[in-house]
Design a protein around this ligand. Structure first.
Ligand code: NAP
Length: 310
């Protein structure tokens, strides 16, 4: 049987994705009609991205799954018309990109690179950084991305404390979970990396009280979602020097508005949601694998739990 797969991830992505999806489906032995328009009742699977062409999933009565190209699902998980299974993207290339981005920014703060890169007065002030082993790092989120980043930081010698919703055991990391575990993960941490999803439970997680648990002058690195941070509390802590620097990749409003105080703040680095991109070749293989599973009656990979919101 030839499946109808609707690419509803936006016309801009179609020219890039079309050849990769076609190749991945062929490689998986799936006969498919890959289209950007179709009668809803004929569609077997939808490939989706936020801002894509389908908002009302009600007429897609035959659709067996909606396959999101993004790791984060906060912009689709609450759609009341979506009753089909929703799968999020776990792409090995996206994970590799996140590990590189997080490691680079952790090392920037750990080594104090800025002092030497921007030194207009040519100040000779040798202040060797401590070793990684002396710099506690908190990794909030121990999912696909948090675990991969933590593993790299552990390999570099950082003592890493991890935090997740449910109990987890991860080699080389002191794992904490739940409300009670957050204080243990954050207290005295000198660098915090936030790789949590945007859900009602994680909204404003880093507020004034919790920022106060960190070591004085700690660095915040947020490639997760903008909603994880209470912006006013972070700005106040940066102004007071209690937080030394914030490297922020994600924001409540994107693009970050031109007049947002983060742009001009001397202790903030803004990056424009570039920490980790879904890569079309490897993501297409993931989409094809989930379609293969759907057709074989096997459970989908990375299915989103609607109640948890991620
Ligand atoms: P994931 O595999 O679903 O992992 C999420 C982690 O967050 C899990 O460890 C989960 O705990 C934890 N968590 C969720 N809610 C929590 C809560 N209320 N309290 C404590 N821990 C909680 O997700 P992922 O693939 O690692 O991705 C993480 C996030 O990164 C995505 O949701 C997305 O927002 C962001 N992201 C950003 C970019 C970028 O370019 N900036 C790219 C990709 C992804 P459990 O282990 O107990 O489930």
């Amino acid at each position: 049987m030839t499946l109808t797969i609707l690419f509803a991830a936006g016309p801009a992505r179609w020219p890039t994705y079309e050849p990769h999806l076609a190749a991945a489906l062929a490689e998986a032995g799936i006969a498919a009609r890959l289209v950007t328009e179709a009668a809803p009742e004929e569609v077997d699977y939808i490939v989706y991205a936020p801002g894509g062409t389908v908002q009302d999933f009600t007429p897609y009565t035959r659709c067996k799954a909606v396959l999101n190209l993004w790791a984060g699902v906060e912009r689709i998980v609450g759609n009341p018309t979506l009753t089909q299974p929703l799968c999020r993207m776990v792409d090995p290339a996206l994970t590799a990109g996140m590990v590189e981005w997080v490691t680079g920014h952790v090392l920037r703060h750990h080594l104090g690179m800025d002092r030497h890169i921007v030194n207009p007065d040519h100040v000779w002030a040798p202040e060797p950084p401590p070793l990684a082993a002396e710099r506690p790092v908190a990794m909030l989120g121990l999912g696909e991305l948090g675990r991969a980043c933590a593993a790299m930081l552990v390999a570099l010698g950082f003592p890493v404390r991890g935090w997740s919703r449910s109990p987890r055991v991860v080699d080389g990391i002191a794992c904490h979970h739940g409300d009670a575990g957050l204080q243990a993960a954050l207290t005295g941490a000198e660098i915090v990396v936030t790789l949590l999803p945007a859900t009602p439970d994680t909204e404003n997680l880093l507020d004034a009280r919790r920022l106060g648990w960190l070591a004085p002058g700690a660095a915040i690195i947020n490639p997760g979602r903008g909603t994880l941070i209470d912006d006013a509390a972070l700005l106040a802590a940066l102004d007071a020097g209690r937080i030394g620097h914030a490297t922020l990749d994600v924001f409540r409003v994107e693009p970050l508005p031109a007049d947002h105080p983060y742009w001009a703040h001397p202790r903030v680095t803004v990056t424009p949601h570039v920490a980790a991109e879904t890569r079309p070749a490897s993501a297409s293989r993931m989409v094809a694998e989930n379609i293969r599973r759907g057709e074989a009656g096997e459970p989908f990979l990375h299915r989103v739990d609607r109640d948890r919101g991620y």
